[in-house]
Design a protein around this ligand. Sequence first.
Ligand code: AMP
Length: 449
Amino acid sequence: MRFYIEIVISQTIFMSFKSLGLSDALLRAISKKGYTTPSPIQAKAIPLVLERKDVLASAQTGTGKTAGFTLPMLQLLSQQPPLRRRPIRALILTPTRELAAQVYANVKEYSTFLDIRSTVIFGGVNAKPQIATLRNGVDILVATPGRLLDLQSQNALSLAKVEMLVLDEADRMLDMGFLRDIKRVIELVPKRRQNLLFSATFSKDIKKLAQNILNNPVSVEATPENTTAEKVNQTVYKVDKPRKTELLIKMISEGNWSQVLVFTRTKHGANRLTKKLIAKNISAAAIHGNKTQNARTKALDGFKKGTIRILVATDIAARGLDIPLLPYVINYELPNVPEDYVHRIGRTGRAGASGEAISLVSAEEYEYVRGIEKLLGEKLSSEEVEGFEADPNYTPPPKQERPQRSRKKSNSSQRDTSGGSQKNRNSSDSNSSSKNSKRKSSNARRRRN
Ligand code: AMP
């Protein structure tokens, strides 16, 4: 009986992914991963990519988009015998180191039964081993833009044989100031190639980028534009700013929550909150742009394994974190860019699981709630916790223009701008007009990525 059930189950697995046109070697890898049915974005994107179409996909992290492009990519590449010297035939660009590492891990897993070589390169770590691997030849390269261009300028890699180009989380790449780098990469890859662009949100800038890069693309959508994952319960808790930490600790302790991703707006805020949680015997770690790559990896590993209960992150650092079935996301502070809210809560309710997105909101942030609601086209349900009610007579002090600081100071103190200059943000280092400072910031960004 058990044997019969196993056959039925494996047939179902093979049938659904098989119907998308994937090879047996890939089906075996998928089955090893334990996926039973393709996610909506996979069902839509895989056949199109296999037909060698350019694809413009609207998909948040958590929808299974990575397999949506890596599976057909592996199939197309493995259909041809490997080229002599193994030039890079597929390039996947990602905004952050963490996302690059995760995409690469996926490529490795899905290519278990194929003769495909792949590697990943990003900044913050020694480039020498990366250069050595590239010299041996790889079919697929996953990279962040800064390190890619650095190594290309040192002749450590060539993009002259790229057949497929993927821009993953393109909206975040633009947000992090990578437009110039992307344009540079486009000059280095052959004109005839297949392009895939994935983005969670679709601003005018993204549409323009897509127009310039993609050739007659087919659009696919896993979730409606700028909406949050379906199974996420979103609640706003009104609370006065000085009492947020206390409320957070109460919620975590009384709910006995584990694997909670908490967002703060600044790097210092993340550090401060982490210390307070640890002081209350709640295991926590901060992840942000001032942390070394090793510290970031260690924190993320501990969080995934469950040795760290709370991960406190800034927006940039959290981008691309792949933590399956994350049950709780808490906005300790709301982002001033509404799209970031969508990205943040995309960390929960992933791949069909349900999740809770909780925002602790003080009077200073009510305008951010309105911005988010406008973007989502819905009202967020608002509650108060007994004993933590917001003072109805409190009026937030008027916002003061912060005095202009020097680039160095502003970089190290406030917003986590570790990914580069950011549009739409209050970061004072984002819009420098002089060529010199542009070059400096571009160099700094490359070093970081
Ligand atoms: P992604 O959106 O690519 O970051 O994927 C989100 C999570 O969903 C990852 O942990 C994947 O391993 C998982 N996943 C991807 N495709 C499937 C599938 N067809 N069934 C179940 N889980 C999946």
